[in-house]
Design a protein around this ligand. Structure first.
Ligand code: UT7
Length: 334
């Protein structure tokens, strides 16, 4: 899938942000017919973070980018392009990329948002790769950020226990050494899955009205069982295929970085690839499903813990609303 240009696109810095407020499973026990035990065993989630009501998604994205810039030792004015994967933009428009550009004074950057739900980070990363590989852009920031608490119905036990708020960001730069960076990608969509996972209110089909609010159409709707079945197959297939297509064995993969929607889906994916769980990045226990945030926050946390080494092969995999899904193979460059 990757049409190589003169350069490879390498990840050269990472950053993440989680709000301070912790919401434990017990919190939900107090007002919903649910239990810590059910949530833990069915999803793997123990707690998640929640951003203050008056703060938007861009607040978390800016914090993640600040960490990334500090790590790389560069200023925001060096950035050429900002791409934001999110389903919870600050508003319908302007884009969250524009808000971030203004907040951070990124005066040499242009940018835009990409809507691919839980695959938002992977679709944004793959888009960014095109600009870096051809040599037209030297420093591109890719953000995965979502304030899921803004679109979760806190009375619906089927969904509200699942989600959390977070942002992660990576910096992409060109490298002439073609053995590092983004190596390959498989990305897919299937609109048939739209019926199982969506937010119907607020768009041009169902503009915001008293009726859409009364019918709770501005919240996440999910047919969990159907999505679970499709996610296990979809994510496991692409993760396996990208490994095999690149002649890699499971021993040669240092980490699988799966979207964090359910620990049981993650385990199934690892099993299909023949990868043991100690080589799977997991943060769902601490943060729940942070949609576009899951993959970049995992990478950033593991990098900050010193677990990623130059030369490591990592497989990033996601599955989400759309349906959107895919895998990206990266050889770690620093
Ligand atoms: O990130 C984007 C992609 N999303 C996913 O990949 C998520 C995929 N789906 C899932 O992870 C799982 O389907 C869920 C975690 C959402 C649900 O787990 P499940 O094992 O599939 O449960 P279920 O929906 O089949 O429900 C089983 C039972 C139901 O009760 P009945 O009908 O058997 O009496 C639910 O009403 O569990 C009930 N239930 C709950 N019980 C306690 C649903 N939510 C809860 C809850 N607490 N929070």
């Amino acid at each position: 899938m990757l049409n190589k240009g003169p350069f490879n696109a390498a990840i050269t810095a990472v950053g993440h942000y989680f709000p301070e407020r912790i919401i434990s499973n017990k919190y939900f026990e107090e007002y919903l017919d649910t239990s810590d035990e059910w949530i833990k065993t069915r999803t793997g989630i123990i707690e998640r973070r929640r951003l203050d009501k008056d703060k938007p998604t861009s607040f978390m994205a800016v914090k993640a980018i600040e960490m990334l810039l500090k790590n790389r030792g560069i200023g925001i004015e060096e950035i050429d392009l900002i791409i934001v994967g999110t389903v919870t933009p600050d508003m319908i428009y302007p884009s969250t990329a524009c808000v971030i550009q203004k907040e951070m004074g990124a005066k040499n950057a242009w940018g835009f948002d990409i809507l691919a739900a839980c695959s938002g980070f992977l679709f944004s990363l793959m888009t960014a790769v095109q600009f870096v590989q051809c040599g037209s852009h030297k420093k591109v920031i890719v953000v995965g950020a979502d304030k899921m608490s803004a679109i979760s119905n806190m009375e619906d036990r089927n969904t509200c226990i699942l989600f959390g708020d977070a942002a992660g960001a990576v910096l992409l730069e060109p490298t002439e050494d073609k053995s590092y960076g983004v190596v390959d990608a498989i990305l897919k969509i299937d609109g048939e899955g739209g019926k199982n996972l969506h937010q119907l209110g607020g768009g041009s089909l169902n503009p915001a009205s008293h009726e859409t609010v009364e019918k709770r159409m501005h919240y996440v709707y999910q047919d969990g069982k159907s999505v679970f079945k499709d996610a296990v197959k979809g994510m496991a297939d692409v993760s396996y295929d990208i490994m095999v297509n690149n002649n890699l064995s499971s021993e040669q993969i240092s980490f699988l970085v799966p979207h964090q929607a359910n620990l049981r889906i993650i385990t199934a994916c690892a099993e299909r690839m023949g990868i043991s769980m100690d080589k799977v990045m997991v943060n769902i226990n601490k943060y729940g499903n942070t949609t576009s945030g899951t993959i970049p926050t995992c990478i950033s946390e593991y990098w900050h813990e010193g677990k990623l080494k130059k030369g490591d092969y990592i497989v990033l995999s996601s599955f989400g609303a759309g349906y959107t899904w895919g895998s990206i193979l990266v050889r770690w460059a620093y």
